[in-house]
Design a protein around this ligand. Structure first.
Ligand code: F6R
Length: 614
């Protein structure tokens, strides 16, 4: 989704801003722009549809000097992606420029009012309305820019992260946030601003995460000042970033997605580190221990998430019910937040989010909190909005995930849910010692089994070429492999743009089987244990109708190998842990099909990494 970068310091701002925009490219965008104040105090705005490289080409012959500036990548919401709708937006007099992430919901009312005051608009965006409003308030009330921003934001309904600069004022950036993240980086005599920490990390590890309805007033040679919209001064909470630069680079891989697929053995080790003892006999999850009473009393668990995180949540639901004997329901955050759900005080809501910024999941958290439930977060991004809005939680420790298609975050989420299941089951005394020890031990061996599975890379790369003809795919699985089928289908569709559907294998007969013909590839996760024999029957049904079966099987399987067209063998593991290992061939299959089709794997069309608008 949209990205923000800002710089105020003693260096040239433009190269820093451009580099920052490149770091934010992974979020997904369709246009880019920059505003700079030069030595003569001119406020120059350059913007264009397309990539950051297009902006660089456009600005090449322009004056890009100045030690203060703001820059933006836009993911269109109001108005199509074009040069005019791109940010920054000037105010009417062209003395102010604004960049904005989020949506101003009451923009049409505000626009109507401004039109009646003779303001004109060149774009279709809600953002232009906000900068005109700020200018109108500044002029008509004769107030300074900080006050004008505060008063304008007081009239705004919706979500925003903004940054404003003013012609003739090369020493000031004003930034503010509500429901859309914003981080201020504090360097040595220089300040940075960004919608996430990735553009900041190479300059400083000292940051301030703005809270909702907070304004940061960043002045040259002064400590940043934080106020509320009502101008109440707040003490800035300076935090230390734990990310490092190499995590934000491709490290020799052609795409971030492939790098992140290959990182999974390490991320699962990191996720378990300090949580599982060396002997593999004991799980300590402080988030559960610290809130032991809540889990002992819990009448129900509600899992809220979106997309891939929802798929991880579905696996979590199966595990928590099987081993903790607590009723669990899983909800799409976007549905949950709007359907007046019944929430009891002894409910525990588990919010799962890689980014920790997904607007719908954040809103689901706030709703459940307002109804008295205890909220537990499973987030990847440390310090993210959801992680801060929850009562307790466990980080996934997967490191920054840059590829838009989630891979390592998914397996890390499933790992945390496994650890939670073991910890809650133990606290409640409902998991048998045998299950507890067997699953804990087996979880420890997952990274090595992932490493072995990654050796299939070349095989999958080769045979994926066969399927680039396909217009549709079906993915099937049962039990723990059903959510994985959903995830495999999602991976394929989002990066290759091939239509794909995941189903519980037994649902085939209730409709989808009508789609099977010689052209239809069907990916079946048919690993040993669980309902293996039943899945074998499902494969027979597909073969009887001449479908092309790509089977993911347990090493040494002969039965499925015999009847399927292509077979991928993964190491044997505990049934509930199969998704961790079997996710890898599904991710690689989607990746190589997309690469062969020439898709933009890391930044697929229309998608955003962090969905901060609903
Ligand atoms: C799919 C994908 C999305 C996200 C979804 C939720 O590969 O990345 O479906 O899983 O947008 O995002 P988070 O987990 O950040 O809340």
């Amino acid at each position: 989704m949209c990205g923000i970068v800002g710089y105020l310091g003693n260096k040239e701002a433009y190269p820093i801003l451009i580099k920052g925009l490149h770091r934010l490219e992974y979020r997904g965008y369709d246009s880019a722009g920059v505003a700079l104040i030069n030595k003569n105090n001119d406020l120059n705005v350059y913007k264009t549809r397309g990539k950051v490289a297009d902006l660089e080409a456009f600005a090449e012959s322009k004056d890009t000097s100045g030690s203060i500036g703001i820059a933006h990548t836009r993911w269109a919401t109001h108005g199509e992606p074009n040069n005019v709708n791109a940010h920054p937006h000037y105010s009417q007099s062209e003395t102010l420029a604004l960049i904005h992430n989020g949506i101003i919901e009451n923009y049409s009312v505000l626009k109507k009012e401004l039109l009646s005051k003779n303001y004109t608009f060149s774009s279709r965006t809600d953002t232009e309305v906000l900068i005109q409003l700020i200018e109108y308030i500044k002029e008509s009330n004769h107030v300074d820019l900080v006050t004008a921003v505060q008063l304008a934001l007081g009239q705004v309904v919706g979500a925003y992260a903004i940054a404003v600069v003013e012609k003739g004022n090369p020493d000031l950036i004003i930034a503010a946030r509500k429901s859309s993240p914003l981080v201020v980086g504090i360097g040595d005599g220089e300040y940075f601003l960004a919608s996430d920490a990735s553009p900041i990390i190479e300059y400083t590890d000292k940051v301030i995460y703005l809270d909702d309805e907070e304004i940061a007033i960043i002045r040259r040679h002064e400590e940043p000042k934080i106020t509320s919209i009502e101008n109440v001064e707040k003490t800035p909470q300076i935090q230390q970033l734990s990310m490092n630069l190499s995590q934000l680079e491709k490290g020799g891989y052609p795409h971030f997605m492939l790098k992140e697929i290959f990182e999974q053995p390490r991320t699962i080790r990191d996720c378990m580190s300090g949580r599982v003892n060396v002997e593999g006999t004991h799980v300590v999850l402080s988030g559960i221990l610290d809130n032991k009473e809540k889990f002992l009393k819990a009448g129900r668990i509600i899992i809220c998430a979106c997309g891939t995180s929802w798929h991880a949540g579905l696996i979590g639901m199966y595990m928590l019910e099987e081993y903790c004997r607590i009723p669990v329901v899983i909800e799409y955050s976007s549905e949950f937040r709007y359907r007046n759900p019944v929430i009891y005080p002894d409910d525990i809501v588990i919010a799962i989010s890689q980014s920790g910024e997904t607007a719908d999941t954040l809103a689901a958290v706030e709703l459940a909190k307002s109804r008295g439930a205890f909220i537990y977060g499973i987030c990847n991004v440390v310090g993210s909005s959801i992680s801060r809005a929850t009562h307790g939680g466990s980080y996934t420790h997967a490191g920054p995930e840059i590829g838009v298609a989630s891979t390592k975050a998914f397996t890390a989420q499933v790992s945390v849910l496994t650890l939670m299941t073991l910890a809650i089951g133990k606290v409640k005394g409902v998991i048998s010692e045998e299950n507890y020890l067997r699953i804990t031990k087996e979880l420890q061996s997952v990274p090595a089994k992932m490493e072995k599975t990654l050796l299939l890379n070349d095989q999958i790369k080769e045979f994926s070429k066969i399927f680039t003809y396909a217009k549709n795919f079906i993915y099937l699985g049962r039990g723990y492999n059903y959510p994985l089928a959903l995830e495999g289908a999602l991976k394929l569709k989002e990066i290759s743009y091939i239509h794909a559907e995941g189903y519980p294998a037994a649902e085939m007969k209730h409709g989808p089987i009508a789609l099977i013909d010689t052209e239809m590839p069907v990916v079946v996760i048919a690993t040993k244990k669980g309902m293996y024999e039943k899945v074998v029957s499902n494969i027979q049904e597909i073969k009887a109708r001449k479908g092309k079966v790509i089977a993911i099987v347990t090493e040494g399987d002969e039965i499925v190998k015999e009847i399927s067209d292509y077979c991928i063998e993964v190491p044997l593991t505990e049934e509930c842990l199969v998704p961790l290992v079997a996710a890898i061939p599904l991710q690689l299959l989607a990746y190589y099909i997309a690469v062969t089709k020439g898709r933009d794997v890391d930044q697929p069309r229309n998608l955003a990494k962090s969905v901060t608008v609903e």
